[in-house]
Ligand binder design. Structure first.
Ligand SMILES: C[S@@+](CC[C@H](N)C(=O)[O-])C[C@H]1O[C@@H](n2cnc3c(N)ncnc32)[C@H](O)[C@@H]1O
Length: 434
């Protein structure tokens, strides 16, 4: 077997599953029968890189392949489309030998019962991609092609044409790894070779397997995008206070609340995902009560000082980390999620003591899931806005917009593009009126 065959087999298998069945990357990788499960560490890293690049650059790849295909691929062609797209991703965007990308793609087609009749076509098309690479890349509008048209329109309407393009440009770059540190951030930044961001998170450009990094076993830090770490900080001093973390799994924000000294109850509807919360808390030596319940009906024994509602959302703010999201979400999802978010916020308000604080957040770039939720809630519910100020978010004034925290993937630019950006997050801080 060619070296590198197993990695490419795994990448095309998962890519086919993600786009065919609409499952998320992590689910596809761990699915029954996934060749990923049999890969060695190095092959696994290569397979993940191919998969991530193909999803990140999908629009460009399809445009490039379309130049050499006279008609749509036949319906019964097995994994052919995934093999072509993952192959073209390597040729156009990765530092791998062209002949390996082409010949392994042809072998993968030959090994698939339905794609095998098209191995000649795979060979011819991918060779033509190799031959036209420079022209293709020079001619393409990368940001535009990499963004599904409905999202491009939404972001242009919400943020203007220049910012929409900057968001799309940020999605083309592999994001850095951000860590939230339990104790001394500068010390861990030095040990891990990272830098401390103004918000307190530690940022690393490159990394190996997370579990092998110093500090993982002893629970010194956890992985959390720098923007995702901000909502829990909006509560200020939590020592001795009671807090409920709604929609808590896998527990990044629960850990922050517990580390800040709150007595925390973590609620999530998924018992399975709560397993991750328990595991993370145990590794971090932090404590919280973990409860499986619907945040829309859960009734605490007593009202609390602080409620964090990290509502289920379209997750369009996380596309740079999860490029599958761009292709798996649909315009109709936004309205349906906004209805759920409104219901959860209404119920979350009932869990607070008078004067208590609600932080509502979503990892979405869509205003219906952020700003518009709060405008409606302020009109309907006994809540008052406590504006977010630069001092609450590490002094980064650009992310305080109209009293809300609104981060964009194009925020926090750095000289080194590999160290730039934030996930797109929205957060608002609200006080319950007596
Ligand atoms: C964006 S994730 C939360 C991330 C988490 N807060 C963190 O910081 O690690 C959304 C979570 O909401 C949970 N969820 C969705 N609907 C829910 C509901 N009605 N009640 C409680 N949890 C819900 C999902 O199971 C999922 O774990």
């Amino acid at each position: 077997m060619d070296p590198g065959y197993a990695a490419r087999d795994a990448a095309s298998f998962a890519y086919d599953l993600i786009l065919g069945e609409g499952v998320a990357i992590d689910v596809a990788i761990e699915a029954d029968g996934s060749p990923f499960r049999r890969l060695e560490t190095r092959d696994r890293a290569l397979a993940r890189a191919i998969l991530g690049t193909t999803l990140r650059r999908r629009g460009q790849i399809r445009e490039a392949l379309g130049r050499f295909l006279d008609k749509a691929l036949p319906r019964k062609s097995g994994r052919l489309s995934a093999i072509l797209e993952t192959g073209a991703a390597q040729i156009l965007f990765m530092d791998v030998a062209d002949h390996a990308a082409v010949s392994i793609a042809v072998n993968l087609a030959a090994a698939d019962r339905d794609a095998r009749h098209f191995k000649g076509l795979a060979n011819a098309v991918l060779r033509r991609v190799v031959g036209s690479r420079e022209a293709i890349l020079a001619e393409q509008d990368a940001e535009r092609l990499a963004t599904p048209p409905w999202l491009w329109t939404r972001w242009t309407d919400a943020y203007g044409a220049d910012t929409a393009r900057a968001i799309a440009a940020a999605h083309l770059v592999e994001p850095p790894l951000d860590l939230t540190v339990k104790g001394d951030a500068p010390l861990w930044a030095e040990r891990l070779g990272g830098l401390v961001l103004p918000t307190g998170s530690v940022r690393l450009a490159g990394h190996g397997p997370i579990e092998s990094m110093p500090g993982f076993d002893e629970g010194a830090w956890w992985v959390q995008d720098a923007a995702a770490a901000l909502p829990a900080r909006l509560f200020g001093d939590l020592r001795g206070k009671t807090a409920i973390d709604l929609c808590a799994a896998p527990g990044g924000k629960t850990a922050q609340l517990a580390a800040a000294g709150a007595r925390v109850t973590a609620v999530d509807i998924s018992e399975q995902r709560l397993g991750r919360v328990r595991e993370n808390l145990a590794r971090l030596r932090l404590d919280a009560k973990v409860i499986a319940a619907d945040a829309g009906t859960f009734v605490p024994a007593e009202p609390v000082d602080a409620v964090l509602l990290d509502a289920p959302c379209s997750a369009t703010g996380t596309i740079r980390r999860h490029p599958d999201v761009a292709w798996l979400k649909h315009p109709d999802d936004i309205g349906a999620l906004a209805t759920i978010q409104a219901r959860l916020m209404r119920h979350a308000t009932t869990m607070l003591k008078p004067g208590g604080t609600l932080v509502y957040c979503t990892c979405s770039l869509e205003r219906e899931e952020g700003e518009e939720q709060i405008h409606r809630a302020l009109a309907e519910l006994p809540l008052a806005l406590e504006p977010v100020a630069p001092g609450d978010v590490g002094g980064i004034g650009e992310i305080c917009r109209d009293g809300f925290m609104r981060t964009l993937p194009s925020d926090l630019p750095m000289e080194d593009a590999r160290l730039s950006g934030l996930d797109g997050f929205f957060a608002a801080r609200l006080r319950k009126i007596a």
